[in-house]
Design a protein around this ligand. Structure first.
Ligand code: HEC
Ligand code: HEC
Ligand code: HEC
Ligand code: HEC
Length: 263
């Protein structure tokens, strides 16, 4: 058996090698995850037609702007095709549930299993030429990763944080449901954004390892009709991270759940 320090040396070398070739932080992390769908990805689903990886989700020009997701390169579904978690799924839910939108509808543009993952608005190169290639693994997520369009068996998304009570008028208001951790907030470009700090001692700074809340303004009886924080897929997941199942923090001791729920 080799002494431990030799393993450490090797590990150090491996890390150096990786960082020497890593030209962006994003690609270094995402490259080795199931979200690299290009020919260099580790699988389970890879497409031989391009070695680009951001292109399956983002385009520098001509993205879909029907929901608030950055430079989105995929066609988003009609929100009414989804069935959401609601009072028919649970008698104890307090928050209002909005139509599927925000970052969640972007995740679902692959994870609802309705369209092939090489269906892009703007393909690599000049203009929009059809991509030619073959899939290793299916051309859409499989098993539990195929969430489908019925979201009643999934953690609620598009749901008001803490049962409501926090909005533009009362950005530091207490959640209606006291079983929730108070979120932090900050004004960015004139919009108030909220998040839940995950540090043992909250540092008041919005980081990727904090639970993100998404500002939406939704009309309807359950809503104040003004900007307020919602839980979406991206609250718990960061699609670029190398943490297992793309969670913002490891779920050891259910740390993800306890970040928001005071239980
Ligand atoms: C599987 C889909 C997917 C892939 C592949 C992907 N992204 Fe993203 N990206 C997203 C989503 C979804 C968001 C919005 C996240 C949010 O709102 O919390 C996002 C947000 C971003 C943002 C803004 C927020 C942030 O996290 O900094 C940047 C910048 C970004 N992506 C860059 C990239 C780059 C560069 C690549 C390729 C190396 C890439 N992304 C690959 C899905 C993807
Ligand atoms: C371009 C298509 C695409 C988009 C957009 C996309 N994913 Fe995925 N995702 C995949 C594929 C493909 C897999 C691997 C599927 C499988 O295991 O069958 C995957 C796997 C996952 C997994 C499981 C990873 C694991 O280790 O088992 C999670 C969690 C996930 N995605 C979350 C998200 C979230 C959250 C978003 C939006 C922020 C998102 N994805 C957007 C294609 C996508
Ligand atoms: C409240 C937190 C939370 C939200 C919101 C959430 N997820 Fe997850 N998700 C998790 C956790 C935790 C896991 C890991 C489950 C496990 O280990 O079995 C997970 C696992 C997954 C997986 C892997 C399949 C599995 O269950 O093992 C996929 C794919 C996924 N999520 C996609 C999504 C998408 C798409 C959305 C939005 C529609 C979403 N998630 C919203 C917490 C969340
Ligand atoms: C980003 C914050 C956040 C995280 C992280 C989170 N939740 Fe939630 N969760 C909520 C909100 C908000 C609701 C809606 C509560 C309501 O309106 O009654 C909810 C609802 C639920 C419900 C349904 C409650 C009901 O009355 O129907 C369950 C169960 C649940 N969460 C479990 C979990 C588990 C398990 C995890 C970890 C895997 C988790 N949550 C992570 C915010 C979060």
């Amino acid at each position: 058996m080799k002494p431990y320090h030799l393993y450490l040396k090797r590990l150090g070398f491996a890390v150096l090698t990786v960082s020497a070739f890593a030209w962006t932080g994003a690609s270094a992390e995402i490259e080795l995850t199931p979200h690299n769908l290009g020919s260099t990805g580790p699988g389970p689903n890879t497409f031989s037609g391009t070695a680009e990886l951001c292109v399956f989700c983002h385009t520098p020009h001509g993205g879909d702007t029907s929901a608030a997701v950055p430079l989105w390169n995929r066609t988003l579904a009609d929100p009414t095709t989804y069935t959401t978690y609601s009072t028919t799924s649970s008698t104890s839910i307090d928050g209002g549930v909005a139509p599927v939108g925000s970052v969640s509808i972007a995740c679902l543009s692959c994870h609802d299993g309705t369209q092939a993952m090489d269906t892009l608005i703007n393909t690599p190169g000049s203009g929009s030429v059809a991509l030619v290639g073959t899939w290793t693994g299916a051309d859409r997520p499989q098993g539990l990763a195929d969430i489908g369009q019925n979201l009643q068996n999934d953690h609620p998304i598009g749901v008001q944080y803490g049962g409501g009570g926090i909005n533009l008028t009362a950005p530091t208001g207490a959640p209606v449901d006291p079983d929730f951790v108070d979120p932090e907030n900050r004004v960015i470009n004139g919009t108030t954004v909220w998040w839940v700090d995950t540090e043992a001692t909250p540092n008041g700074t919005r980081e990727k390892t904090d639970m993100q809340l998404y500002t939406r303004t939704v009309a309807g009886v359950d809503f104040a009709g003004e900007p307020e924080p919602f839980v979406e897929c991206g609250s718990c997941h960061d699609p670029h991270t190398s943490t297992a199942t793309f969670l913002r923090i490891a779920n050891t001791g259910s740390a993800v759940c306890l970040a928001c729920h005071s239980k």
